[in-house]
Write a protein that binds this ligand. Sequence first.
Ligand SMILES: [Zn+2]
Length: 274
Amino acid sequence: MPELREVETIARGVDKRIRGDRIVQVWFSRRPQTFKTPRARQIKGLTGRTILAVHRTGKHIVFELSPSASSADAQWIVHLGMTGRLLVTSPESPVAPHTHARLFLESGRELRFVDPRRFGRLEFRDLRREAAFGAPGDEPLAIDEHEFAALFRGRRLSIKAALLNQTLLAGVGNIYADESLFHAGIRPRRRTNRLTLLELDRLRLALREILTHAIRLGGSSVSDYVGADGERGFFQLEHCVYQRTAEPCRRCQTPIRRIIVAGRGTHYCPKCQR
Ligand SMILES: [Zn+2]
């Protein structure tokens, strides 16, 4: 599953390349599970529109589209799922297996959606009739200390489970959950209702710092996941605990431990985290 920051990097890469371009023709595969909005309606809705901007909302990539002759503003929403990729390419470049969408653009470029495992989803919204897309959960980068504390106080689940709960905070995956808990000095199994306000604020700041750092580096993917050019362009973040089981803590040399919390492999330093 791509992490939030990787989705952000993809969205920015696509935006840089095709903002302002117009969709002249659309081709979709016949895989019905890929299309949250019926295939024919999406093709009709997309054709002829200009891409005003591409951005990330939660783990979705949202294309803001111009009004068409007969219709209001619209959005095209791409959920990458486990293995979905967006490629900006030229029509001559070979079409990869599992390509489910090809948007031919006026500039001569082409946008492709490739998804071997088909957990990704494509959705079209006509904003005259439908609400604009908004992901559940709050944005970890936008939230202030009071809102952050309010999300977690009064809940009995472990802080690790709470961080992964997408209805609380949008887009925090396993890597950034483990890393932020390390930097905040909090053990992953601690109950959220037992955390002090000071600890919660350390966690919020750690999360923000890690997400901001990760996007500067272009994400920290360890999955088969590529950038908007189709290149494996992502740098590996230097993780402090994630997947460093039994290796020495970078701060205190204590071996990193791995446990299972909320069904996920979870890594922490038993000395630095309390
Ligand atoms: Zn340590």
